[in-house]
Ligand binder design. Structure first.
Ligand code: PMP
Length: 332
């Protein structure tokens, strides 16, 4: 292979990536968002640089998912009620003053997804933020934006994750509660994720103040040992994850698995039969190694497969009984 040939092909690849980048950017910019009561194009949704959200991450948010069901010709939002409840709890814990009713919070989500006319899987960010010129201790004015975006599977090209145990400790109730889904908490996630990637891993698992397993930067952790599903309790410095509670419920009722919520020691990660991470965005994703030590067979295990398969069927509206967890977006 001549240097010229390599150069030409490298150039072509870069050119293709550049075009792809432009396409992605165009796709990301070409959507409508709900912003302070109006529906506007994303580039018209602007906040002032001195606002507490911009300066200090003073905002609370939800990450929701909607799934397109071709047969029903419908887009279903998964567990909208639970997301609204958690958003309201976050606002309360952050002492944000607001007049958003449950119905308003939910109808605004539906309204903006409809406005975008999505007929594909989406993710949706719903954020209540501190606007104005106040300090980090301001309690208002609270404003909201809702930004849906087309999104298929999170890890499209990854079968499983290679994770490290983070050298950073998960935030905890004595400092910054991980129960509050607020922007500022994600700076702890950021430290863990950046360190992991810098060291050549896909992601990280945090330990908490007690030194037991907490969660990932944006997901919860389950291990499988001798057929039982084990996950850290809500007191292990974790977010009260909607996917986690869904999995606990369906693993018991549908898969007839024993599910145990208890503290998990770091060493248990090294001898688990299977490990997976879960969350609204990542759904269910297996962990293939921890600190380069292979988990089980190093492939996706059968329990993980079963949980993932059932979870995806439920969120997509393929199981009638579980449509009670879905909110249809379009009037048919
Ligand atoms: N933990 C953290 C830190 C997260 O950011 C997320 C994603 N929201 C989760 C857990 C999973 O929560 P959920 O299942 O509600 O998306």
């Amino acid at each position: 292979m001549t240097a010229k040939y390599i150069f030409r092909n490298t150039f072509l690849v870069y050119e293709m990536l550049f075009v792809l980048d432009l396409f992605m950017e165009e796709k990301l910019m070409d959507r409508l968002v709900w912003f302070k009561g109006d529906i506007v194009n994303i580039d018209e949704a602007k906040v002032n640089v001195l606002s507490p959200t911009s300066q200090f991450g003073a905002n609370v948010f939800e990450g929701l998912r909607g799934y397109w069901n071709k047969i029903d010709n419908q887009l279903y939002v998964f567990k909208l009620n639970q997301h609204t409840d958690r958003l309201k709890s976050s606002m309360k814990m952050m002492e944000l003053e607001h007049n958003f009713s449950t119905d308003f919070l939910q109808q605004s989500v539906i309204e903006i997804i409809r406005a975008n006319k999505f007929e594909e899987d989406i993710v949706c960010r719903q954020t209540v933020f501190l606007d104005g010129f106040g300090s980090w201790s301001a309690t208002g004015p609270s404003e909201m934006f809702i930004a849906p975006m087309a999104k298929g599977r999170y890890y499209e090209n990854i079968q499983g994750l290679h994770v490290c145990i983070s050298s950073w400790e998960r935030i905890n109730e004595k400092s910054l509660s991980p129960k509050i889904k607020m922007g500022a908490n994600y700076m702890n996630s950021r430290m863990g994720q950046l360190e992991a990637v810098r060291k050549g891993y896909d992601s990280a698992i945090f330990l908490n103040q007690e030194g037991t397993v907490s969660e990932g930067p944006g997901s919860c952790v389950f291990i499988v040992k001798n057929g039982a599903l084990i996950t850290p309790p809500l007191t292990a410095s974790i977010l009260d994850s909607i996917t986690r509670s869904t999995i606990i419920s369906i693993a018991k009722s549908e898969l007839k698995l024993e599910v145990i919520e208890r503290d998990i020691e770091k060493s248990e990660l090294l001898i688990a039969d299977e490990i997976f991470m879960c969350g609204t965005a990542v759904e269910v994703v297996p962990v293939f190694s921890v600190d380069r030590i292979m988990v089980g067979s190093g492939l996706k295990g059968t329990v993980t497969k079963d949980v993932e398969c059932l979870y995806l069927k439920i969120v997509r509206g393929e199981i009638e009984e579980y449509k009670k967890w879905l909110t249809p977006v379009y009037k048919r």
